[in-house]
Write a protein that binds this ligand. Structure first.
Ligand code: NAP
Ligand code: GLV
Length: 316
């Protein structure tokens, strides 16, 4: 079996180190190498943002293409992707805990006004603030998948009032205790209504691209707070700036952007109400992800079905 690693624009070293051992542990012998143009056909590939040249040479002969991330938008738009090629993503493998920590940090920081306290410290000013009440702060998580559900459960554990929104329905009797779930049948407006914080954790698809407009943000409680850890293109940048300027939003913590790295000239860098982090809210943990991918390759070679296969019609 031949496995190609193709981390376009990134470093393949850690995958090259982890994958052969993970495959051995799954009972598979394989030739694992970093793809170079002209290489022999691989059976499976592991990739981030595959190049059109890789697609042209390898895609048609692959049994499956694994995304090294949870998202797959970096694969779906690449020219030359065959309709029939299964794309399989990383499911959690350590990302959920990181995401829950990041969102909790951003939410608590805003709730307790730690920015204001830091500014006061810089001026040696002793300032007392009202005690913040998490249970009076309703946080909405848009995208209650593998990561969103862990974020919602963690926020619930911290005492926030938590609401989640997905495309499809959940059984309220068997759902995360304390978390209210809504779906398309309730409508997005019902989910947004009265939210003090909005967390974006839905994939970038035809449906979610440019979903977060000024009109959408105005449906939340005024002023609310935005945390985007999904993809930059869910949000209309100019509408986010307008929402901050008119007081619809008190602030935003943004980990993802339409163009990454965020261009030096972008207004988000210097906006006083925006916190920018460089797409670090949940990094792929290579060791556990390699184990997960190796397990799925072993299952596929036995003819078994695996989870995490992208539904092309939905786009995630
Ligand atoms: P997932 O398990 O596929 O969950 C996606 C969730 O979004 C599902 O609950 C899905 O609804 C919901 N959804 C899809 N389309 C929607 C729509 N139009 N409106 C409302 N909800 C919608 O994905 P995941 O593993 O949780 O990851 C989510 C995203 O996080 C990834 O796609 C990626 O973009 C982002 N991410 C970012 C980082 C980072 O470092 N910033 C790291 C990892 C992942 P259903 O449950 O009904 O299907
Ligand atoms: C990171 O953004 C991922 O999709 O895993």
């Amino acid at each position: 079996m031949k496995i190609a690693i193709h981390i376009n624009g990134g470093r393949p070293d850690s995958w090259l180190a982890a994958l052969p051992e993970a495959l051995r542990a799954a009972g598979l012998g394989a030739d694992v190498s970093v793809w170079a143009p002209g290489d022999a056909q691989a059976d499976f590939a592991i990739s981030w943002s595959p190049s059109p040249a890789f697609m042209a040479e390898q895609a048609a002969g692959l049994q499956a293409l694994f995304s090294v991330g949870a998202g797959v938008d970096h694969i779906l738009g690449v020219p030359g992707l065959p309709d029939s090629l299964p794309i399989i993503r990383v499911e959690d493998a350590g990302m959920g805990a990181q995401m829950a920590h990041y969102v909790s940090w951003a939410a608590l920081r805003h709730l307790y006004g730690f920015d204001t306290l830091q500014a006061a410290q810089r001026e040696r000013r002793w300032t007392s603030r009202l005690f913040a009440e998490a249970d009076r702060c309703t946080v909405g998580v848009l995208g209650m998948g593998v990561l969103g559900e862990q974020v919602a459960a963690t926020l619930d554990g911290l005492g926030f009032a938590v609401r989640g929104f997905s495309r499809s329905a959940r059984d309220p009797q068997a759902y995360i205790p304390g978390v209210q779930h809504m779906d398309a049948s309730h409508g997005l407006d019902a989910f947004l209504d009265g939210l003090n914080m909005l967390v974006l954790l839905a994939p970038l698809t035809r449906e979610t691209q440019d979903l977060i407009t000024l009109a959408v943000l105005r449906r939340t409680a005024r002023p609310s707070y935005l945390i985007n850890v999904a993809r930059g293109a869910l949000v209309v940048d100019s509408d986010l700036l307008a929402a901050l300027d008119e007081g619809t939003l008190a602030g935003a913590t943004l980990d993802v952007f339409r163009t990454e790295p965020l261009p030096e000239s972008h207004p988000f860098w210097t906006h006083p109400k925006i916190t920018v982090t460089p797409h670090i809210s949940a990094k792929t943990v290579v060791s556990t992800s390699a184990t997960q991918i190796a397990g799925k390759i072993a299952a596929l070679t036995r003819g078994e079905a695996v989870s995490g296969v992208v539904d092309r019609s939905r786009g995630y």
